[in-house]
Design a protein around this ligand. Structure first.
Ligand SMILES: [Zn+2]
Length: 437
């Protein structure tokens, strides 16, 4: 049960039904209502844990989802021991339509508390600064979030100041659930077999670790884990990790003259030798790649620096690693007796490599956006998603918008308008697949 003050006012929903869209005339969107309930369940994941799911509490929400799907008549909905929810909306057409999967993650980021989330509904948002009640230092302004301006006069949802909101990715969860509700209550909408998938631990990079692809048995997929309305992400970084291990020469410090070579100092020199105005996350944007030291460890005898390496192309990725290696080797040259090892490990690859072989997956999504009256903005993600891993696991999987904003922070917010549009897109998308098959 929602505390009374968070109970969602339905009245605005009917006022904001999509215009000129007879399909939705009789339907009241429930994505926002679902969202308000889901965000109150603490599902924070834990990078230190070795179990799957990393935190057992993620299942608290997954169980709610299963029960709600069962109540809709989705009889195979179930939660497995590892925290994955699988469910099927059966085909209601004679056509041979590829099985499409919609996927969101239930966990929230470890960066910010997800305990006792109190979602606040701001109806008819005026555009003025919003000071969050539980911590007056947390303010949402159009200056910091220009996208808020597009929501003036509409309803937005924020957290209360002490926690994140959890729109990443409970917005996606709520939208998929509302699509399921719409389709199960509108059997006249033709679609093929649709698989719903809710994963744990995306935020700690293990969202697909124990996913059973055979059981999922889908041909194409979509993650709902994107931001602004209209964004359609079919490209992610390609990512490697690089480790530089420096071996110094050790000697008793009292008798070390002309003998000792300190590995920690060499590590410091390598970091100092990195470019100051390029080649780093803090100096790059758009399609530029970078290297980024994420951890340093060492004693005088031996030191290691761990980097992440990013680029949109494989050649660029390899070139970035090579450049890093060159910088490190040049430093090592100055220290006779010291040596280094340079090791590159693959992390994930740009999903576009896979999606380019199946252009219809992204094209049909673009068509569904257009049918929903949305201008499509194809974008690249300067990071990875579960979709990048899924694409290489055999499920080509671009990322659709959910509306989430200011994620992983106490300033997180979302516009209800965007959540409803996302559901509308999904309903159009399943029909596009049916029509084109
Ligand atoms: Zn996410």
């Amino acid at each position: 049960m929602l505390p009374a003050r968070f109970i969602f006012d339905r009245s605005y929903v009917s006022a904001n039904l999509p215009e000129n869209n007879p399909m939705f005339d009789q339907y009241t969107f429930t994505a926002a209502e679902r969202f308000l309930r889901y965000v109150q369940v603490d599902t924070q994941s834990d990078p230190q844990s070795n179990t799957t799911p990393s935190t057992e509490k993620q299942k608290d929400l997954s169980q709610v989802l299963v029960a709600e799907l069962q109540a809709m008549g989705v009889s195979d909905a179930h939660l497995d021991a590892f925290g994955y929810v699988y469910a099927t909306l059966s085909s209601n057409t004679n056509k041979d339509v590829p099985v499409i999967c919609f996927c969101s993650h239930v966990d929230t980021a470890p960066d910010c508390s997800g305990t006792n989330v109190k979602p606040l509904v701001h109806e008819q948002y005026s555009g003025a600064d919003i000071i969050l009640p539980d911590d007056n230092s947390i303010v949402l302004s159009t200056k910091e979030f220009p996208y808020l301006k597009e929501h003036i006069g509409h309803t937005i949802i924020t957290a209360s100041g002490n926690t994140l909101l959890g729109s990443d990715d409970k917005a996606g969860v709520a939208e998929i659930m509302d699509m399921a509700h719409f389709l199960t209550s509108h059997p006249e909408i033709k679609h093929g077999t649709i698989r719903l998938l809710f994963t744990p631990d995306e935020e700690v990079g293990r969202g697909t670790a124990l996913l059973d692809m055979d059981k999922l048995n889908a041909t194409f997929g979509y993650t709902l884990d994107g931001g602004e309305q209209g964004t359609l992400e079919d490209e992610t970084f390609s990512a490697d990790a690089a480790t530089i291990t420096i071996h110094g020469v050790i000697a008793h410090p009292g008798y070390a003259k002309n003998k000792l070579v300190n590995a920690i100092k060499i590590a410091g020199e390598i970091l100092e030798a990195l470019p100051k105005k390029s080649f780093s996350p803090e100096t790059t944007e758009k399609r530029e790649g970078f290297v980024h030291p994420v951890r340093i460890d060492g004693i005088a005898e031996k030191a290691t620096i761990e980097f992440i390496v990013r680029d949109f192309t494989r050649t660029g990725l390899a070139a970035n690693a090579e450049k890093l290696q060159g910088i490190a080797e040049a430093v090592l040259q100055k220290h006779a007796g010291a040596r280094m090892e340079f090791k590159v490990t693959e992390q994930y690859r740009n999903m576009k490599e896979v999606l380019d072989q199946h252009p219809q997956v992204t094209d049909y999504a673009a068509l569904a956006y257009e049918r929903s009256g949305i201008k499509v903005r194809r974008e690249s993600i300067r990071g990875g998603t579960d979709g990048s891993r899924l694409s290489f696991m055999g499920l080509p999987c671009p990322n659709l918008f959910t509306g989430m904003q200011g994620i992983h922070s106490r300033q997180e917010w979302i516009g209800v308008r965007d959540m409803e549009k996302a559901v509308e897109v999904l309903v159009h998308l399943v029909q596009v697949w049916e029509e084109k098959s």
